[in-house]
Design a binder for this molecule. Structure first.
Ligand code: CP
Length: 295
């Protein structure tokens, strides 16, 4: 996070170019707009080459396994893989099979760690220290890797997290991990400093839809009428936004929306993560001294 801030201090079009001549593969088995473009841009900004492979255009369509795909990329001299995959354990699995680092770019309903990191950076920019702050996460929690990564990061930094949605989409087991859980939107928003809206993850729902889109919009959609009751509340969304569902147009584009700031923070966080995973932290001016001090 410190490194992301340091990179950002040079401006939006910051380049560190520490990874000049290095190569990384973006291996995407699920579609993406933000994560893929953001990692590709971040790799370019640190001087590395990004090679993109999507499932639809790869030999996965002929039955090649994830392990074999990764081992082939490694054999070509590719030094790092950013993986997006529907299996929650995919990144850890692939990392266990290879010698090169694997960065989780979104793993099923498991985790999306770089998203969690840049959401936290965005929240710290808006709120300062997150110690004691209350963050509401509303919508389809059960199928959201973003909810999980945010929960782990936010609570590590001393924030309280309240999950809100219908019981079919908010597992009560979250209470055992220290989250508040409610199906009442006002209860979630009252006393919170920020709210993150999540879409219904249609691609992960089985045939028995646990909540109808109409119910989700009516009970959990954020619109100006609801937010007028909480004038201090910041609004986040990891994207893609289903406008008119979990967020109205007015809220998505309002002054209290941090959504574009999230996207921008993602570039700097990913540059920092990639530098770290390329083993370049020691090359960052002042970084080895800072790490020694932290230790
Ligand atoms: N937030 C996010 O992961 O968006 P994409 O699915 O477009 O990458």
């Amino acid at each position: 996070m410190d490194r992301a801030r340091a990179i950002r201090s040079s401006g939006l079009n910051s380049h560190s170019r520490l990874a000049e001549g290095r190569q990384a593969a973006l291996l995407f088995y699920e579609n993406s707009t933000r994560t893929r473009m953001s990692f590709e841009s971040a790799l370019g900004r640190i001087g590395a080459r990004a090679l993109v492979l999507t499932e639809a255009t790869s030999s996965a369509t002929k039955g090649e396994s994830l392990r074999d795909a990764g081992r082939n990329l490694e054999a070509m001299g590719i030094e790092l893989i950013v993986l997006r995959h529907p299996d929650p354990d995919s990144s850890e699995y692939l990392a266990s099979q290879l010698q090169i680092p694997v960065v989780n770019g979104g793993a099923g309903a498991g985790e999306h760690p770089t998203q969690g990191l840049y959401d936290i950076l965005t929240l710290e920019d808006a709120l300062g220290s997150l110690e004691g702050k209350r963050i509401a996460i509303v919508g389809d929690i059960a199928h959201s890797r973003v909810a999980r990564s945010n929960f782990f990061g936010l609570t590590r930094l001393g924030a309280r997290v309240v999950f809100c949605g219908p019981p079919t989409l908010v597992p009560a087991a979250w209470r055992e991990l220290g989250a508040e859980v409610t199906d009442d939107l006002d209860q979630a928003l009252c006393g919170s400093h920020a709210v993150m809206a999540l879409r219904l993850q249609g691609e992960r729902l089985g045939p028995d839809t646990p909540a109808s889109p109409g119910e989700m919009r009516a009970r959990y959609g954020l619109d100006p009428a609801i937010l007028s009751k909480y004038p201090e509340l910041f609004v986040l969304h990891p994207g893609p936004i289903m406008r008119g569902m979990e967020l109205s147009h007015e809220v998505a584009d309002s002054e209290r929306s941090l959504i574009m700031k999230q996207v921008q923070s993602g570039i700097f966080v990913r540059m920092a993560v990639l530098e770290e995973c390329f083993g370049l932290a020691a090359a960052v001016p002042g970084e080895s001294r800072r790490r020694e001090a932290v230790r």
